[in-house]
Design a binder for this molecule. Structure first.
Ligand code: ADP
Length: 166
């Protein structure tokens, strides 16, 4: 059995086995949710990230959570939106699939995702929410995984896009 929930809030404050970071390919921190996660986790997170040697777009890497309430952080790199293209959508699907696969491999039962690529990377929030929910459902159903997945929306607009997918 799995469950999917949606809530509005700050992902850095929540207590899950893992939270997902919308990282960049160098895994060297940045703005947005990435910056907020590094700030809340403390400098150990950056050190571990830099030792990983980067992460290609669509893939995911796992680190400890350091000072976060979450035990782990799963860093995934969303695509930068240039124009409506299947390629970018496939890459965003890969972010969710690869993050969930890592969670399964590490026996993570509760996981929270931000709206990957919808900030600085410019992916339109409606299609991004559809990909997030659709890919997650498909992954959990096809593998018969028991996991609690939470989509954490920072603002109300983002929340509405997720609610439209229920
Ligand atoms: P990207 O570079 O992948 O677009 P951003 O961090 O710029 O990543 O934005 C991704 C999403 O994360 C945006 O919807 C943004 O509003 C949201 N966000 C920013 N800070 C937080 C936070 N502390 N908790 C949850 N979501 C956040």
């Amino acid at each position: 059995m799995y469950s999917i929930q949606i809530l509005q809030g700050d992902i850095t404050r929540l207590e899950f086995d893992a939270i997902v970071n919308a990282a960049n390919e160098r895994l060297n921190g940045g703005d947005g949710v990435d910056g907020a996660i590094h700030l809340a986790a403390g400098p150990g997170l950056l050190q571990e990230c830099l030792a990983l040697g980067g992460c290609p777009t669509g893939e995911a890497r796992l680190t400890k959570g350091y000072s976060l309430k979450a035990k782990y952080v799963i860093h995934t790199v969303g695509p930068v939106w240039f124009e409506e293209s299947d390629h970018e959508s496939r890459l965003l699907e890969n972010c969710y699939r690869n993050s969930l696969q890592l969670a399964v491999e590490h026996d993570i039962r509760t996981i929270a995702f931000p709206a990957i690529s919808t900030g600085a990377y410019g992916f339109p929030p409606g299609p991004a929410a559809r990909i997030a929910m659709g890919t997650t459902r498909e992954f959990l159903e096809s593998g018969n995984h028991s996991m609690e997945v939470t989509f954490v929306c920072f603002d109300e607009g983002s929340l509405r896009h997720y609610e439209a997918q229920i």
